[in-house]
Design a binder for this molecule. Structure first.
Ligand code: IMP
Ligand code: MG
Length: 177
């Protein structure tokens, strides 16, 4: 395997995150807001999206591990790192890299909902439409992408490629591009 063509350039990502940040700024004005990113994949989206949110928001991280192979999700999630503080009464916005089956996020939503936040919404840079195995309501979406495995901008293949500044599609070496 190797990285194939650029699917979404760094410039496109930056422009879209600026738009999303502007909308979030309008929607969350005056609210006690906590941005929650899911490690490790969402670390770059969090860093760049949060800089476009012109509000005094709080930031926290969760780390989860889903059992399964390198390129598919089993839906069984283990929390490796939980939030530092309680979220009761706060407006929580989950910042995600990608929604594939949606099973990881659905699990997280359920887990956070019982803690009684004032609201709980999702912002995801990428979504693969039609692949969701559970209904999932994503308030802010960056890009809809084909059902291919992508890497870069936080997303990995067995731990690699997270530091690419763009989103790339994995292609086999045999494909010979
Ligand atoms: P889901 O539970 O299937 O929606 O996806 C859970 C996680 O799998 C995502 O947060 C990513 O970390 C990872 N993932 C899903 N699709 C891809 C992909 O195309 N490339 C890299 N990671 C992915
Ligand atoms: Mg993720």
């Amino acid at each position: 395997m190797k990285v194939g063509k650029v699917l979404i350039s760094a410039e496109q990502i930056e422009q879209r995150l600026a738009e999303m940040g502007a909308r979030i700024t309008e929607d969350y004005r005056g609210k006690d807001t906590l941005l929650v990113a899911v490690l490790k994949g969402a670390f770059m989206v969090m860093a760049d999206l949060s800089r476009h949110i012109r509000l005094p928001v709080d930031i926290d991280f969760m780390a989860v591990s889903s059992y399964g192979s390198a390129t598919t999700t089993s839906g069984v999630v283990r929390i490796i790192k939980d939030l530092d503080r309680e979220i009761e009464g706060r407006h929580v916005l989950i910042v995600e890299d990608i929604i594939d089956s949606g099973l990881t996020l659905r699990y997280l939503q359920r887990n956070l909902e019982v803690r009684n936040p004032a609201s709980l919404e999702i912002a995801a840079l990428l979504i693969k439409p039609g692949l969701q195995k559970t209904p999932i309501d994503v308030r802010y979406v960056g890009f809809e992408i084909p059902p291919d495995f992508v890497v870069g901008y936080g997303l990995d293949l067995v731990g690699q490629y997270r530091n690419l500044p763009y989103i790339g599609v994995m292609v086999d070496d045999a494909a010979g591009d």
